[in-house]
Design a protein around this ligand. Structure first.
Ligand code: PLP
Ligand code: TYF
Length: 398
């Protein structure tokens, strides 16, 4: 049975983690995987999360099955985060939200449902994009193509290339967009650019799939939802995958949500029935623990305010690391202008390091980055930033 099974390639990012864990050098630094670490290099347990968790344990609640679509309060909270508290679309009964197993789970439920609706659709993802976008949509049976996004010459956006490619897509193609804090480049669209993209998507009759995995890591919870709100204002039907892995620092709890904006209340009822079928045949219903914690935080004003504040703390620490990295590279004699690192948003920076320089960082300095040059700025801290800046300067000079 298994004789002809070929060895699958490792996930490039998670594979890097394995390599890092096996490295015995004490001073090693992992800038590979997209995880937020605090200034002591630890994954934080947010205080808002901890309080909700203690309350849950004290309540000694029974663990029955959840509904197929998950916890109602969780879904309402997730919906308000992306569409706002007073969304006319929600009032019109045009919005569905389902608890999902992380952002990945939300993407997969959405992908499986779209496959049923438009079996021949092409899926367009940014070049580059999160590694799993291509793999996930291909697994769901789609042909996946790239639209231009990053321009290495400017360390910015190839906006014209992006628009042209979107305009040329056949109607009913799926366009996967990073709503904020683009992974891996850190390069986002301005609101004006979002407006143009949304218009092209609407005019060309494409299906927008907005992936929002870093809400709160750019400028704030509300600000980072502005692209989603803009699509909503234009009255567009769309898919939105939310991930709370990073924003709640609950990676292993698999907390995410899929939101679908339909054309009418009647469509919503029918769509919900079909998406529930997708969920039921995959994993039946989502787990209780992480969802209950997120729901408690989202629906308890005091905990929500605390969470928002803790999220701001993470966001500001990343900004500080960006600024210090730019300063320290210059102090170490790097002549190139690295100020673009400060313009990038979210956890990542496309540093401009070449694959050969990334290899040298790892071999000579025990510093791990993705071969594309992506570094996770959220893994820098006051204890390792000097070493990292010095090593980066070193591999760039010689
Ligand atoms: N989408 C993007 C752009 C991501 O970077 C990630 C990262 O993990 C995800 C989705 C998936 O999130 P989750 O870990 O919640 O499945
Ligand atoms: O891009 C990253 O590093 C994060 C973490 O299959 C991640 O999104 C990486 C790979 C993966 C799942 C999560």
């Amino acid at each position: 049975l298994f004789q002809s099974v070929e060895l699958a390639p490792r996930d490039p990012i998670l594979g890097l983690n394995e390599q890092f864990n096996a490295d015995t050098r004490a001073h090693k630094v992992n800038l590979g995987v997209g995880v937020y670490y605090d200034d002591n290099g630890k994954i934080p347990l947010l205080s808002a999360v901890h309080q909700a968790e203690v309350a849950r344990v004290e309540a000694a609640a029974a663990r029955g099955y959840l509904p197929i679509e998950g916890i109602a309060g969780y879904n309402k909270g997730a919906q308000e985060l992306v569409l706002g508290k007073n969304s006319p679309l929600v009032a019109a009964g045009r919005v569905l939200t389902m608890q999902a197993l992380g952002g990945t789970g939300a993407l997969k439920i959405g992908a499986d449902f779209i496959k049923q609706l438009v079996p021949g659709a092409k899926v367009a993802i940014s070049n580059p994009s999160w590694e799993n976008h291509r793999a996930l949509f291909e697994r769901a049976g789609f042909e996946v193509i790239n639209y231009p996004y990053y321009d290495p010459a400017t360390h910015g956006l190839d906006f014209q290339g992006m628009l042209n490619a979107l305009r040329a897509l056949p109607a009913k193609s799926v366009v996967v967009l990073h709503a904020c804090c683009h992974n891996p480049t850190g390069v986002d669209l301005t609101n004006e650019q979002w407006r143009e993209v949304a218009k092209v998507i609407k005019d060309t009759n494409l299906i927008p799939f907005l992936d929002i995995a870093y809400q709160g890591f750019g400028d704030g919870l509300e600000q980072d939802a502005s692209a989603v709100r803009l699509f909503a204002e234009l009255d567009m039907t769309m898919f939105i995958s939310s991930s709370f892995s990073k924003s709640f620092s609950l990676y292993g709890e698999r907390v995410g949500a899929l939101t679908i904006v339909t054309g009418s209340q009647d469509e919503s009822n029918r769509v919900l029935s079909q998406v529930k079928r997708v969920i039921r045949t995959n994993y039946s219903n989502p787990p209780t623990h992480g969802g209950t914690i997120v729901s408690t935080v989202l629906n308890t004003p005091k905990l929500f305010a605390l969470w928002d504040q803790e999220l701001a703390g993470m966001r500001e620490r990343i900004r500080l690391m960006r600024r210090q990295l730019v300063e320290k590279l210059a102090q170490n004699g790097v002549k190139e202008d690295f100020s673009f690192v400060m313009k990038q948003r979210g956890m990542f920076s496309y540093s401009g390091l070449t694959a050969a320089q990334v290899d040298r960082l790892r071999d000579e300095h025990a510093i791990y980055a993705v071969s594309s040059g992506r570094i996770c700025v959220a893994a820098l801290n006051s204890h390792n930033i000097d070493v990292v800046a010095k090593a980066m300067a070193n591999v760039m000079k010689t």
